[in-house]
Structure formats: structure tokens, C-alpha cells
Design a protein around this ligand. Structure first.
Ligand code: GLU
Length: 486
């Protein structure tokens, strides 16, 4: 098997969009699939000082670790091709650019920004496409610090193959004298990535499709530098849920950090993002990481935009919560919930929190729902008779009737042995005795002990709450209803 070297090359600009993360997952999967012959490199593209955000690199590393994406070479890991921060590789790019100047393939550009702006305006007024090569200065000076270096374009028709987009063609009109080294001495993305991918031995360049229009310029650079072009894998856009535009910050998708804080599990995030624009040709939706590594393939990456669907992500998270509970047990799931319990839960033993988790896990979509779904297990709820009186099943019963039903339930439950099954028997007997429907009697008891919009099966709720507490709450609610009557 031939070597596969892929890379993720984020810019540390702060916010981690889910699209950025998908651009890390795909190359990771491809490299891991190759086993010993695969390598996944993390390179930090920090040459755009204007967009640089302090702490952003740590956020990237932390997010990848959280997702379970490890890199073979890069920051922290080190490796034979370092350094892995582009700002630390400044002299490498400059050397390559100077070599091109010597060969007459690049030039130091003395033109000031005002003149460049003037060219642009003039071309706009003449309604001709602005191309810097049409304004290339006749005489170019020796390069000195503070001067940009530009590529001397060699415009001609170009054909290339993209692993996702297929065979592509571009005319000479899109090729220009692109900047290689900026005024500040740092390289542009356009130049740096080509040098780095080459020096780091990357066999595949997997990145967002937004780089497609610039690819003819990259082809010219590969050719001039005598570098073999790696395989280009353009990943389709992630679209807004309505499918009409590229998903942006303001379109409702949170950053990965926010989803993480809301209790989306890394397993679900990895699974969801991999399947956003890729499928294995079956209906399967839930994939653990090792299965994704086995099944991932470039030829099943779709070439049209993939619609982002948060509801699906949360559904998948719910599926993962269940999967972990049923396959790995409550202890493993519990470890993932530690940051999400309501404060009052900390007054109880871990075993009790696990018991609560065991009866509510299958309703969870995000772990941040834990406080609202479980607080009544840890603190007495506020008694709110309105919630009973307005309940759709209880509306037709009078307050007196409701209080009587509670009274009878208390009597019966007081004589009940507190196990799941015996509690259920008592509840069934109460149904028979009162002639009420389960929706009526059970809703009443459920609300009376929890005052929550949902709760698990009633016998389980009562069991976990405990006998004394259940009876005390039923009593308190009954008294509130009676007080209301007086
Ligand atoms: N630094 C570029 C970005 O964050 C990386 C593009 C690439 O993967 O080559 O968009």
C-alpha cells in the first residue's frame, strides 16, 4: 500500500466552525485507514497576523483532543518535518521566494498600495477584469525587507483532477501575479501551503471547496517550482438548513465549543460531521470511530453542498447517549455527565446520581438538559397547583376530586413495598379502584411529585425518589389543593 500523508491546516482565528472540524476529520480518517502507511499532520497556519487570536491554537488542539483526533506530527507531538507553526518557518518561504526571483519567476514589487488601488479602479471603470499582471512593473528592484514578492504568472489553460469534483479546467484569465511574500515578510496562504505540503510530504490536500477558484494559480506554482501536485480533495460547502447558502456564523449553528458546552458528545459530533457530505452507500447512520476509519472513502464524498441539520445532530447525540448506556453501562455514561448536573445534585451520593441517570438517559438529547430534567430528584419542587389544574388530562376533574385521588393514592402507596414492581402493582390497583385512565391518575401523581414537564415511567420515578419523599410530596400537593378549595 502506498503512503498516505494528510494534514489539517487551521488558522488560529478563534472561532471553530463545524466546517473547520470536518476538514480535520476527513484527512484524519484517511490517514488512519492506511494504518502504518498513514500519517496525519497538524500544521498551524498563523501567518495572517490581522486575524490572529491569542489562545486560538490551544482551542484547536483542545477541540481535536476532545474529538479523539490525534495527530502524528504537529504542535506538542513534534516530528521530523517541524516546526509546525508557519510563523516559525518564515525563512523557509523567503528562501524559496528568493530562488524564484533569481530564476526570473518572481519579483520584488515596489508599487505602493495607493497605485495598486488606482489600477483596480481604472480596470473597473474600463469594465475589464482586474489582473495585476497587466500592471506588472517594468523595472523591479532588488528585494529588500518591507517589499512584497509576487509570482510572475505564466497564464495558460490548465486541466487537473480533483478527487471530489472530478476533471476540471480553467482558462488563463484566472491566473495572476499572486503575492508570495507579504510586506511583513510572512508568506501568503497561497504560497506557504504549497511549500509546506511539499516539504511535509503530503499526498492529499483536503480542504474546503472555497480554494477551488485559486487552484489554477497553485498549479502554476507547482509547475514552476517543479513540485508534483498532491491529490486535491475539495470538500463541499456545509449549507444552511434551507440549503440556499453557505452556513455562516449567524445561521444558528453554534461553534464546536458551544456544542461541547451543551453536552454534545464527541462521538456524536464526529459521527455527525463525517456523515455531513459523506455516506457509505447504506442507510446506516450511527458509526463509531473505528468503523468510520474502516469505511471512509474519498469516492463517496458528495460533490454538492451538505445541509447542516442541528436537529439531526441532537438526535444523533441522543442515540449515542443510549448506545453508551446500553453497551458500556451507566458508569461510562456517568463519567461523561460530570459537568452537567444541577448544583443540588452534589449533595447526594454518586450512586444516587447514577440511579437518576439510569432512568432518564433515554430522553436526553444534550447533557445540558440534565438540570431541568432531574432537579426534582435533588430538591423539592415548587408546588404549583395551576400545573395540575391546567393539565390537559386533569382539566376536567374538580379540585376536590383531585385532592381525593391523591389522598387515596397516599394511603395505598404508604402500604406498598418500595420496589419497581410492587409500586407498579399498587398503581394498577389504584386505576382499577378509581376507574380513572392511566393518563389521568398517573399524570396527577407524576406532577404532584415532580412539577416537571416530563419524567420517566412513574413507578421508576417514585422508586428513585424514595418512599418518604414521594409520600411527603404527595401530601404537600394534596394540602395545597385543599387549601385552594377553602
Ligand atoms: N489555513 C487554511 C484555512 O484555515 C487551510 C486551508 C488548507 O487546508 O489548505 O482555511
Amino acid at each position: 500500500m502506498s503512503k498516505i500523508v494528510t494534514r489539517f491546516a487551521p488558522s488560529p482565528t478563534g472561532y471553530i466552525h463545524i466546517g473547520n472540524v470536518r476538514s480535520a476529520i476527513y484527512p484524519y480518517l484517511l490517514a488512519k485507514q492506511a494504518g502504518e502507511n498513514g500519517k496525519f499532520i497538524l500544521r498551524i497556519e498563523d501567518t495572517d497576523q490581522a486575524r490572529y487570536v491569542a489562545g486560538a491554537t490551544d482551542l484547536i488542539l483542545d477541540t481535536l483532543k476532545w474529538l479523539g483526533i490525534s495527530w502524528d506530527e504537529g504542535p506538542e507531538a513534534g516530528g521530523e518535518n517541524g516546526p509546525y507553526f508557519q510563523t516559525e518557518r518564515k525563512s523557509i518561504y523567503l528562501d524559496w521566494a528568493k530562488k524564484l526571483i533569481k530564476q526570473g519567476k518572481a519579483y520584488a514589487d515596489p508599487t505602493d498600495p495607493e497605485t495598486i488601488e488606482k489600477y483596480r479602479k481604472e480596470d473597473n471603470e474600463k469594465k475589464i477584469p482586474y489582473l495585476y499582471r497587466n500592471h506588472r512593473p517594468d523595472n523591479t528592484p532588488e528585494w529588500q525587507e518591507g517589499m512584497p514578492i509576487r509570482f510572475k504568472a505564466d497564464p495558460k489553460p490548465r486541466d487537473w483532477h480533483d478527487e471530489v469534483m472530478g476533471d476540471l479546467h480553467a482558462g488563463p484569465e484566472v491566473q495572476d501575479d499572486i503575492i508570495l511574500i507579504k510586506k511583513d515578510g510572512l508568506p501568503t496562504y497561497n504560497f506557504a501551503h504549497i511549500i509546506d505540503d511539499y516539504l511535509m510530504g503530503c499526498t492529499h490536500v483536503m480542504r474546503g471547496v472555497e480554494y477551488l477558484p485559486s487552484t489554477p494559480n497553485y498549479l502554476a506554482l507547482y509547475e514552476t517550482l517543479g513540485i508534483e501536485m498532491p491529490k486535491i480533495v475539495s470538500l463541499p460547502h456545509i449549507l444552511r438548513p434551507d440549503g440556499r447558502k453557505k452556513l455562516g456564523k449567524r445561521d444558528g449553528a453554534k461553534s464546536v465549543t458551544e456544542y461541547r458546552e451543551d453536552g454534545v458528545l464527541p462521538e456524536a459530533m464526529l459521527n455527525y460531521l463525517t456523515c455531513l457530505g459523506w455516506n457509505d452507500g447504506t442507510e446506516q447512520e450511527i458509526y463509531p470511530k473505528d468503523e468510520l476509519i474502516k469505511k471512509f472513502s474519498l469516492d463517496r464524498i458528495q460533490n454538492s453542498g451538505a445541509r447542516y441539520d442541528e436537529t439531526k445532530l441532537l438526535w444523533m447525540n441522543g442515540q449515542w447517549i443510549r448506545k453508551i448506556f446500553t453497551e458500556e453501562g451507566v458508569d461510562v455514561l456517568y463519567q461523561k455527565t460530570l459537568d452537567f448536573w444541577p448544583e443540588s445534585a452534589m449533595n447526594y451520593k454518586e450512586e444516587y446520581r447514577k440511579e437518576v441517570l439510569s432512568i432518564i438517559y433515554d430522553r436526553l438529547k444534550e447533557l445540558s438538559e440534565l438540570p431541568s430534567m432531574t432537579s426534582y430528584f435533588f430538591e423539592d419542587p415548587n408546588i404549583n397547583p395551576e400545573m395540575i389544574l391546567n393539565n390537559k388530562f386533569l382539566k376536567k376533574l374538580s379540585e376536590q376530586e383531585l385532592a381525593d385521588l391523591l389522598k387515596l393514592s397516599i394511603e395505598k402507596l404508604s402500604d406498598t413495598e418500595w420496589t419497581e414492581d410492587v409500586i407498579q402493582d399498587t398503581l394498577n390497583q389504584l386505576l382499577e379502584q378509581t376507574g380513572k385512565k392511566p393518563a389521568e391518575l398517573f399524570s396527577l401523581i407524576r406532577i404532584a411529585v415532580s412539577f416537571a414537564p416530563f419524567s420517566p415511567a412513574l413507578n421508576l420515578t417514585l422508586k428513585v425518589l424514595g418512599k418518604d419523599r414521594s409520600l411527603a410530596r404527595l401530601n404537600a400537593t394534596k394540602n395545597a389543593l385543599i387549601n385552594d378549595l377553602q
